[in-house]
Each structure stands twice: as C-alpha cells, then as structure tokens.
Design a protein around this ligand. Structure first.
Ligand SMILES: C[S@@+](CC[C@H](N)C(=O)[O-])C[C@H]1O[C@@H](n2cnc3c(N)ncnc32)[C@H](O)[C@@H]1O
Length: 238
C-alpha cells in the first residue's frame, strides 16, 4: 500500500519508487495494517465471484498477494495473470509464486493500457493500485474492456474515514507514524509520506463508485472495512 496534490504523480516517479521499496513492501504492509491486509484481499477475491476453472487478472499486482488469493479460487484448471509496471515488484511476485507453487503468470505492463484482448477474463481486480494512476476512469474502462460482460471488476483501496475515533486514529497513524516507520523499515525517504498524500487526493468511496459507473460498469456497490479506512468496490463488466 503506499504520493501529493490532486493529480497523481508521474508514472515514471511511481515506478521508480516501487522498484525502490519492493524488497520491504510486504513487511511494511504487515506492519502498517497489523496483518489485516490478508483478510481484506480475501474479501476482494471473494467479491471477484470466481470459482474453479475460471480466469482472473490482477492489475498493479505488486508482489502478487491478490493474484495468489485469486489463484486459490480458480484452482489448477483456472488461470490467473498479474500485471505491474515495476520490474522489482514483479521479481518478488515471481519468487513467491515459485516458493508457494502458485500457477500465476506475472507480466510487465501498464494498467491504463493493457495489451490484452477484450473479454479475456471472468474477473479483474486491483488492490491499492489505482490511487497511483492518473486518469482513474480510464483504468476502470480498461478493466471493464478485458472482462467478459457480467464478470466482476473489483477495487480495494485505502480511504479516509469520516467518523471518530477512526478519523483521529487515521490522522495519527497514516499521517504521522507510517511515514516515520517507512523511512526506517523501507529505507526510502519519501515512499511512505507519499502514501497518506495519495489517499488525501483519492476520491471518497461514493465518488469512486460514480467513476466506476462512468467507466461503464454496472451494479456498482461498495463496503467500508476497518472502520472506514479501507474501501472495497465491485461492479459488473458490460
Ligand atoms: C501499493 S502497490 C499494490 C500492490 C498490490 N496490488 C498489493 O495489493 O499489495 C501499487 C502497485 O501498482 C503498481 N503500479 C502503479 N501504477 C501502475 C500502472 N500504471 N501500471 C501498472 N502498475 C502500476 C506499482 O508498481 C505497485 O506495484
């Protein structure tokens, strides 16, 4: 999970940043979410509504955690692809796939311009990824394009809680503690100050649902997790 102002930063800056923190990314996720991110990904994989023999794509796949959750659901007769534009994040994902015996194919690619055929998958997910990409509607339109009509598009993201005490907790934890921890653990000066800044400019859950509808998705729904710190959105491809 991990940049300021209203517009997302340049893709090249984002890519270099993720290359720089790849080796410590999983450890930082465990620390900043107290291990809860595994559960959130399981819920996102459930929302993809896939089963044995089906196919799924995870964009901005990073170190592969969401793709592995999808692979568990489609089983050995299904197929799962992971796409990311950071070579280092993909290297780690591939190493983990070998260690875990997970049949996931990881490829280098840009989520806003997927080099994949239309209707190629039963579902497409993105976890903590869209926040980093300029042109949110375009990313969801791409996800919609590569999923067959009726298949699910799912998004898991960090959002800003509006109710106390989570609002205060969020401010102390994400705006204060996480950037400091990130400098120590990831040994990267700015990546984890980028995190709260990127969440600040990211649309609220209802606004994100509207963007997904604009991108052509139907029956868009969402639920808030962890006291409103995490938003899980889904919609049906057309
Ligand atoms: C915060 S990480 C999330 C990784 C993973 N999905 C997870 O749940 O842990 C964001 C990932 O998105 C990738 N990313 C950002 N912009 C991208 C783009 N335009 N195309 C492909 N990958 C992108 C980064 O390289 C990084 O691996």
């Amino acid at each position: 999970m991990t940049a300021g102002a209203r517009a997302a930063p340049e893709p090249e800056r984002v890519r270099t940043m993720f290359d720089g923190i790849a080796g410590r990314y999983d450890l930082m996720n465990n620390i900043i979410s107290a291990g809860r991110h595994h559960r959130w990904r399981q819920l996102a994989a459930d929302a993809a509504a896939i089963g044995p023999g089906m196919s799924a794509l995870d964009v901005c796949c990073g170190t592969g955690e969401m793709a592995f959750a999808l692979a568990d659901r489609v089983g050995p007769t299904g197929r799962v692809f992971g796409v990311d534009f950071s070579r280092r994040m993909l290297e780690i994902a591939r190493q983990k796939a070998i260690r875990q015996g997970a049949a996931v194919q990881f490829s280098l690619g840009d989520a806003s311009q997927l080099e994949l055929e239309p209707d190629a998958f039963d579902a497409c997910t993105v976890g903590f990824g869209v926040r980093n990409i300029p042109g949110l509607a375009g990313v969801f339109a791409e996800m919609n394009r590569v999923v067959r009509p009726g298949g699910r598009v799912v998004c898991l993201e960090i959002t800003r809680p509006i109710r106390p005490p989570f609002r205060q907790f969020y401010r102390i934890w994400f705006d204060g503690v996480v950037p400091a921890l990130g400098r120590i653990v990831s040994r990267h000066e700015s990546a984890y100050s980028y995190l709260p800044a990127s969440v600040r400019r990211f649309p609220a859950a209802a606004e994100l649902a509207a963007i997904m509808r604009e991108a052509g998705l139907q029956q868009v729904g969402y639920r808030l997790l962890a006291g409103g710190i995490i938003a899980l959105h889904w919609g049906k491809a057309t």
